[in-house]
Design a protein around this ligand. Structure first.
Ligand SMILES: Cc1cc2nc3c(=O)[nH]c(=O)nc-3n(C[C@H](O)[C@H](O)[C@H](O)COP(=O)(O)O)c2cc1C
Ligand code: SF4
Length: 402
């Protein structure tokens, strides 16, 4: 059982002087502001003796009139004294500045965003401490525990992106890495069911429960962008998969996504996309996928002859020959210069730049198919759209349309 005293929910509101204007024994001094949550904790411990109870608290609210870390650490000490069996140390509040996004630190924030807060609490208590917040990098997670800064790590988004994170890390396999794009939480807050940019099965697991990839086929995937790589990673077991990519490296559209000012609703970070692609390539390689870089399938169609299935994941291209200009603008960092950043953050411009100004390239690859081969096209190759839809399409094609 976990008592939630974080992120601006009820107990956390008692903690913040800006919100708690009470003049009775539940407001004013820190002791009074902490009283409500600690009474709840003691009452739960008394009602269910023997039940381990975790106290989860924001130790820093990040706004004037919110809880400060010194105060948060003191409440953690009192919670341990009141019987908490572990302390789950987080930070942030819906009033946090510059934005409440910090509760789920987006991709522009560093890994292990709140780990030093956990370490500060750990020095002050004897019960186990659980750290949370951008600990989805396996090496960072291991180091957080090994360094003695925390006893446990908690994962939120990393498990949405890859529910097998724990098993894979235990087996030493590459994970499907969360981008920290916050699409999951932002869409959920907007009333939609949970979904994930990189995990096309998130929120609709039952649809995929009985599904499986094709078996015993030789599969050629044309295009090593996010959709092609995702497809290859999902069908790699039980098939012989080769990915053809005309560029010297993988990544496709994601090589540019981090160069724009925004990705979805958050400030973009190239590092996040690079790590995601590197892990996806590593996951494919781990499962025996072969990569043929610098190989344009249209120039060497004979290479595709031995395959049972061609999967066209060639992405979208700009109309009117605008492609080289668009990629140069992003490569030179122009999209992030003040005036341009405004333009690239404008919803109508983004709509044109990413969707309406591009069109799928799959049609000219379909003719490469030979009699007896199954030919399918996926993702942006069919129609320029959001990465979430392109990757979801790769999931459906790999697992539902086998
Ligand atoms: C889809 C989703 C829903 C969440 N809902 C809540 C919530 O209701 N209350 C809360 O305090 N934190 C919520 N969180 C925040 C997580 O508990 C966690 O603190 C946060 O995601 C940071 O950890 P991470 O970097 O591993 O994702 C949610 C996170 C996600 C991804
Ligand atoms: S939607 Fe984005 S932030 Fe959420 S789990 Fe997926 S990759 Fe991570």
């Amino acid at each position: 059982m976990e008592i939630h005293a974080a992120h601006g929910y009820l107990i956390s509101q008692f903690h913040a002087p800006f919100e708690n204007r009470r003049t009775d024994m539940y407001g004013g001094s820190l002791e009074n502001r902490a009283r409500f949550g600690l009474e709840a904790l003691r009452a739960v411990k008394a009602a269910v003796p023997g039940m381990p109870v975790v106290y989860r608290l924001s130790v820093e609210d990040f706004f004037p009139g919110g809880l400060t870390f010194d105060e948060g650490r003191q409440i953690a000490v009192w919670a341990a004294e009141a019987g908490a069996d572990a302390l789950h140390v987080t930070a942030g509040h819906y009033r946090s500045l510059p934005s409440a996004q910090i509760v789920l630190p987006p991709m522009s924030f560093p890994d292990a965003t709140f780990l030093d807060f956990a370490a500060g609490v750990k020095q002050a208590v004897r019960v186990p401490v659980i750290a949370v917040g951008r600990l989805g990098d396996p090496a960072t997670a291991a180091q957080a525990v090994a360094s003695g800064k925390t006893d446990f790590i908690a994962l939120g988004r990393s498990l949405v992106a890859d529910p097998q994170w724990v098993e894979k890390v235990a087996r030493g396999e590459p994970i499907r890495r969360c981008l920290a794009c916050n699409t999951c939480i932002n869409e959920m807050r907007g009333g939609a069911r949970i979904g994930c940019v990189v995990n096309g099965a998130a929120g609709r697991e039952t649809m995929f429960a009985e599904a499986g990839p094709p078996r015993g086929e030789r599969i050629a995937v044309i295009g090593a962008g996010p959709a092609g790589l995702t497809y290859a990673s999902l069908v790699a077991e039980g098939n012989k998969v080769t990915v053809f990519e005309k560029e010297a490296r993988a990544g496709g559209a994601f090589r540019y996504a981090g160069k724009a000012p925004l990705f979805q609703e958050v400030v973009a970070s190239e590092h996040s996309f690079e790590r995601y692609i590197a892990d996806l390539v590593a996951a494919c390689t781990h499962k025996g996928v072969e990569f043929r870089f610098n190989t344009d399938a249209t120039e060497r169609p004979e290479l595709l002859a031995p395959f049972d299935r061609l999967v066209i994941a060639t992405g979208a291209a700009y109309r009117f020959g605008f492609g080289p200009i668009a990629t140069k603008l992003l490569d030179w960092g122009i999209a992030r210069l003040p005036g341009f950043a405004w333009l690239f953050s404008n919803p109508s411009f983004r709509d044109w730049f990413y969707y309406r100004g591009r069109r799928g390239t799959a049609d000219r690859f379909r003719a490469l198919g030979r009699p007896g081969q199954t030919v399918i096209a996926i993702g942006d190759g069919v129609r320029a759209g959001k990465s979430k839809q392109a990757i979801a399409d790769a999931f459906e094609a790999a697992l539902l349309r086998a």
